[in-house]
Design a protein around this ligand. Structure first.
Ligand SMILES: *[C@@H]1O[C@H](CO)[C@@H](O)[C@H](O)[C@H]1NC(C)=O
Length: 209
């Protein structure tokens, strides 16, 4: 049990390695490149059949139209990004190298939030609200009429919020697709890793290491 998170992460890493981004395996990423003109039906169907067979036990993708598929991808990427930050946060938060608040934030990471002085909570809220507002304005249709509810903008590529301070985003469309796939896989691994760490701490009540 004490090594549950590591075991989960290792399992996920193995799985992730099996679906490493090669030219052959980026079919679904291609199908999700919405900046292009609408793809003919055949490749999409092929991609969906692949999905159904390999990694979509609940058939979520097979029953979704293009708009819903795009929304699923946006949600998956956002969850993945939060999970990547969370995974790093667990490790940094428990490393003892946290100088904020006089070093008083310690113990297991799942309880550290409650140790932050309540006066600082509005600042945390602001750190969430500003990027989320920005993402909503950039990616989502204005919810002024029911047809626009939960619909992403036509020209918006899921996850592409134009935030790239390190200039990592490749100009080349092919490389961009590979980068998208890498991010997705890192995000999926991080969701499993974060879940593993949370469950471990709930079970043991101890820090990870
Ligand atoms: C996609 O499916 C949803 C749910 O069935 C529906 O509300 C929406 O209008 C559909 N979008 C398009 C573009 O067909």
């Amino acid at each position: 049990m004490a090594r549950l998170a590591l075991a989960l992460a290792a399992t996920a890493a193995t799985t992730s390695a099996l679906v490493a981004p090669t030219a052959k395996k980026t079919v679904s990423a291609t199908a999700l490149n919405y900046d292009r003109a609408p793809a003919p039906e055949a490749p999409t169907q092929r991609a969906r059949r692949r999905t159904r067979r390999s990694q979509d036990p609940a058939n979520l993708a097979a029953d979704a139209n293009e708009s819903e598929l795009k929304r699923y991808r946006e949600a998956e990427l956002t969850h993945g990004r939060v999970a990547m930050l969370a995974s790093v946060g667990f490790l940094v938060g428990e490393s003892g190298a946290t100088p904020l608040f006089g070093g008083n934030i310690d113990g297991i990471a799942i309880n550290q939030f409650w140790k932050v002085p309540t006066g600082f909570w509005p600042v945390i809220l602001l750190f969430i609200a500003v990027p989320e507002t920005f993402r909503a304005l950039r990616g989502w249709m204005e919810p002024t009429v029911p047809e626009n509810y939960f619909v992403l903008r036509a020209g918006y590529t899921p996850g592409d919020i134009d935030f790239d301070p390190l200039g990592l985003c490749p100009e080349d469309p092919e490389e961009f697709k590979i980068m998208q796939t890498k991010e997705l896989q890192h995000g999926r691994l991080a969701m499993l890793a974060a879940a593993g760490m949370i469950v471990q701490e709930l079970q043991t009540g101890n820090t990870l290491f």
